[in-house]
Design a protein around this ligand. Sequence first.
Ligand SMILES: Cc1ncc(COP(=O)(O)O)c(C=O)c1O
Length: 426
Amino acid sequence: MMRHRMAAVQQLSDAFPLGSRLDERGRLQIGGCDALELAAEFGTPAFVVAEDDLRARARAFVQAFAERTGDFDVLFASKAFPCTAVYRVLAQEGIGCDVAGGGELATALRGGFAPERILLHGNAKTEAELAYALDARIGLIVVDGLDELDRLQRVAGPSVRQAVLIRVAPGVSPDTHPAISTGGPNTKFGLNLADAQVAIDRLRADERFDLQGLHFHIGSQILELAPFRRALEVVVDALGDFGTYDLGGGLGATYAGERPPSIEAYVEGKVRMVEEVCGPGRRILDEPGRALVANSTVTLYTVQSVKRNVDTWVAVDGGMSDNLRPMLYDARYEVQVANRFGGGTRCHVTGKHCESGDVIVRDADLADPRAGDVLVTPATGAYGYAMANQYNGALRPPVVMVADGDARVVVRRDTVEDLFARDVDG
Ligand SMILES: Cc1ncc(COP(=O)(O)O)c(C=O)c1O
C-alpha cells in the first residue's frame, strides 16, 4: 500500500515539459538532462526550456488547423517568451509571429521570422513603431484606435500597400483574472463597435490599406470556449462578415490546478465557431502565447533558508525578478524538490526580494525542504523571462535550452556590469 502511494506521488504532472521524467533515483530529467546537474553547471535561478516540447506544441497547433481548414495561420504571441532562440525554434516550425511593439518586432526579425508572417498589435503604437512596421513590410498591422489610425495614415507614404485588421472590443469578458481580461466593455484594447465602423469606413476609402478582417483578443488563461463564440457573434452582428478573423490567443496553459482544453479541442472549437457564425471559407488566425511556451520551461532555484515561524518559509535565490505572475495575478505554480518529489511539509516558497509579497508559491507541499536543495517550478515559459527584472540588483537568469541530453545557454545570466550598462554618468 505504502509503495503504491509513493509511486502515485512520484508521477510527474502535466505541467512539466513533454518528455520529462523522474529517473530511478527520483531525480528530475528534462530534455534528457538531469535537473541537479543543470543547476550545478549553469547556476540558479535558471530557466530550462525543453526544445522538443516547444516544437511539439507548435506542430500540434498547425496540424490541428490543417486537418480542419485550408486557410489559417498560427502566430506565436511572442510577448510570452520574446527570446531570440525561442523565436528561432518556432520560426523553424513554420508558424508566424505576433508582436506587441517595435522591440518585439526587431527580435522576431532577428529570430528568423519572415516579415510577411509577422502581425503587429498593441494599444498605443507610436508613430515610430508604425513607420518601422511599414518599412519592414510586415504581413499585418492591427489597427487599435482612431488616433492610431490618424498616425498610420500620416506615416504611410503614397506607395504603401499594407494589409490591416481592426481590433474590436466585443464587450465580452471570459472567466479569468481581471488583469488578463482584455475584451470587456471597459477595456483599453481595441475599438468599440461604433468607432470600429468609423475605422472600417476610413480604411475602405484609403487605397493604401487592404482591410482584411477583424481581430479580437478577449483575454488569457481561458479554460472554456463559449466566450470566443459570444465575442464573434457580437462583432459579426454589428460590423458584418469579413474574409479574415483573428480570434486572438488565450488558450490556457497547464498550471497548478488549472487544466485547459487540449490544443485539438480548442482549434476544433474555433474553426467550428467561425464556420457556424460566418460560413465556410474564412481565413482564421490564432495567436497562442502561453499555450505554446508556458509548459516548455521550468525554473530551477536553490533553497537559501528554511524558517519555521507560524508557517514554514522556504526562501530561494530568485523570486519576483524571474516570476512576477504570482504577484501580478495571484498565479499558482507547482513546486517540487528536484530530487525528492512528494510532500509532507506545508510551506510558502518565497523569493529573496525585499517585499513581503514576493512569494512564488503559497501553501506549497514539499518533501522535507532544506537549505541547498534545488527546487523546480514547472510552467514558467510564459511571462517569466519576458517580465524578468533587476529589482534589488537581481541578475536575471540564463535561458538554457535542452534537447536529447544536451544543454546550451541561449541567453546568459546578467553580470554585475549589466546592472550599470545603461549608466551614462558616474
Ligand atoms: C493580442 C494578443 N494576442 C495574443 C495574446 C497571447 O495571449 P496568451 O499568452 O494568453 O495566449 C495576447 C495576450 O494578452 C494578446 O494581447
